[in-house]
Design a protein around this ligand. Sequence first.
Ligand code: SAH
Length: 215
Amino acid sequence: MTPSGATSGAAAGRARMVREHLAARGIADPRVLDAMGRVARERFVPSPLKERAYDDRALPIDAGQTISQPYMVARTLELARIGPGAHVLDVGTGSGYQAAVLAELARSVVSIERIEALALAARRALAPWPHVEVVLGDGSLGWPARAPYDAIVAAAAAPALPPAWLTQLRPGGRVVVPLGPRDQQRLTVIEADGSREVHDACVYVPLIGAEGFAG
Ligand code: SAH
């Protein structure tokens, strides 16, 4: 196994994913493209679906959740402008895939998940990336113990910006979150000064918690 958890047979699928689903659709940040080209997505996909690992689609994981579509992971991380020295909060660990890509980009990653079985499985899958810490809790409240963060990225949809996130952001930092109702959101960037940019239409599973949707 390489440091990125890769198996050799999947390398061609991964290269094709980067070329055809990411670069061809406008992902331009070379660090994001390289990171997505290094992380073995099949490691985070349930066994019966491993051969679909490099399709550009979300796939089901346990507990009725999903591993996000590669394009949306790339777009989120490109918009978050993660530098090599960054300390990042990843809300909604799920399979751990986005946390692994973040780990290739950043200095340290805290990834928070509300469903214990998913957090435990993700911790195992993320073993090759020791600078990712998976914690169990309600990410709609952020994770104050390790704040401040250079970026907070969410892979679950929020009805509105959870107020705690801005207080846990470093000056100059950015939040990237799908904002909107349960059935349709827009990927939104919020800067530490509160300014916003609205980007791609998307559909994510709901952020469930005190500052998210009701369960
Ligand atoms: N980034 C993940 C995507 C997982 S889907 C991946 O690459 O696989 C989003 C995840 O957010 C789900 O696992 C869901 O359980 C989790 N989630 C929803 N609300 C949450 C909350 N308040 N705190 C932490 N995790 C939450």
